[in-house]
Structures are given as C-alpha cells and as structure tokens.
Design a protein around this ligand. Structure first.
Ligand code: GTP
Ligand code: MG
Length: 220
C-alpha cells in the first residue's frame, strides 16, 4: 500500500531536515505533507526543498493534522512529529498493522519494545491517569494515549470525524476509534528526546484540554 506521511510543524528548521533526510531513504513513502502553523523560521523552505507538499494551518496541531490527513492520497496515512523524537523506520511497523487489516495502528511507548526518553515523571503520571479513564469509560485496553505516531487506513479518517484543534487530537482519535468500533492495534514505539528547540506542549494547559476532551466525549 502507498504511504502518505503527515507532519505538523512549528519552527522546526533544525529538526525537519534530519527527519526528511531519513524519510527520503524509505521506498514505501509516496508523499510527505507538511502542515505548517506559520513558522517564523526556514521550516517551509526546507520542506519545499525536500519536495514535500506544504500547506498552512495556524489553529493548532490537531487542526493541522486534520487538514493534512484529509488531503493525503495514500491508502496508509501516518502522522509523525518533526522534532526527531520519532524513529522513521517504525513506519514499517505502523504500515504493517494497516496492511494486516487494522484501521488504526498506534505506536505505544508503554508496551514491551517501546519506551520514551522524552517524558518527565508528572507527564507519565498524567498519561497513565488519562489511559485509565479512557479504558474504564470505553472498555478498552490501551497502554498509551497522548502519543502522535500512528497509522490510519484511509477510510478511517472519514469514520473518525475529528474536531479538536489542539493537543487533544490524539485523545479524540483514541476515543472515537473505540466508539466507532474501528479495528485498533498497538505496536511498540520508542520516543526519543526532541533534538533541537523547545516543545510546544504545555503540560498543565494541554493536560486540562485532554481531560476536557475525555469528559466531552463521555457526555456526547
Ligand atoms: N502546524 C502546527 N504544528 C504544531 C503546532 N504545535 C506543535 N506542532 C508540531 O507538532 C509536533 C509535536 O509538537 P511538540 O511541540 O514536539 O509537542 P510534544 O512532542 O507533545 O511536546 P515535547 O515533548 O515538549 O516535544 C512537532 O512537529 C511540532 O512542530 C501548531 O500549533 N501547529
Ligand atoms: Mg515533541
């Protein structure tokens, strides 16, 4: 199956070329869509130099991902970050999940083979708490939640009908995939530290948004 990669970017001029250089070596990748949140640096120039499709969206990471996924043409659509925290070769594992018949194949840092060097203790505790809530509310067996390295069957994008604009998007995906009875697989993934620059996630503000996402989906 052909693979489209969707990468949201915000000021990633140092990290993006490293990621794109590695992606270029992978034969299974058909297109790379960079959805830029109006970076003030050379991110967009770099993406264009590597032959990526570039579109703009300044409403947040969730909105950017939605825009990129909606325009992707591959049968398999993979979301990944631009900050060098995700190992490009794991795309093979994510893609295999879709080819084996799953609708969504999610990287997990908390099953054997996975891990993270990019998550302070209080974020780990928050993530575990959110995983527990989602598993209890929707009868799931997720091991991870707020992680964006995931592959989707093209048809799943429409089924998910995503709405969140910010960092709540991963949580929304996990919950809606469960609600809609999509076939979900977790595969191990190792998250490295972001290489250059600072992350945009604000632990408490975005943690609150994630909690609101869970409670909103529970009520709705
Ligand atoms: N288009 C767009 N991309 C964003 C936005 N915020 C973050 N990103 C990108 O989304 C990806 C993940 O964002 P990060 O800031 O690394 O967030 P994170 O990995 O949860 O947080 P850290 O662990 O602190 O790195 C990166 O490729 C960012 O450049 C945004 O508002 N718009
Ligand atoms: Mg990051």
């Amino acid at each position: 199956m052909k693979v489209s990669i969707v990468i949201p970017t915000l000021n990633e001029e140092k990290n993006l070329p490293i990621v794109l250089e590695e992606l270029k070596k992978m034969k299974c990748i058909n297109e790379i869509i960079v959805v830029d949140g109006r970076s003030g640096d050379r991110t967009v120039d770099i993406a264009k130099k590597f032959g990526c499709k570039v579109v703009y969206d300044d409403k947040g990471k969730g909105s950017a991902l939605r825009k990129g996924m909606n325009m992707a043409s591959g049968g398999v659509i993979v979301n990944m970050d631009a900050d060098c925290s995700m190992i490009p070769k794991e795309i093979l594992l994510l893609k295999a999940g879709i080819e084996a018949g799953y609708d969504v194949c999610m990287g997990s840092r908390f099953i054997q083979g996975g891990g993270t060097e990019d998550m302070p203790l209080f974020r780990k505790i928050g993530n575990k708490f959110f995983v527990l809530l989602v598993n209890s509310f929707w009868g799931m067996n997720y091991s991870d939640l707020c992680y964006g390295y995931r592959a989707f069957r093209k048809s799943a994008i429409k089924d998910l009908d995503l709405k969140r604009n910010g960092f709540g998007i991963e949580t929304e995906i996990s919950i809606k995939a469960a609600k809609k009875g999509l076939k979900i697989l977790e595969v191990p993934s190792f998250e490295k530290s972001r290489k250059y620059g600072k992350g945009n996630l604000r632990t408490f503000k975005d943690g609150w948004n994630i909690l609101k996402t869970i409670l909103g989906e529970f009520r709705g």
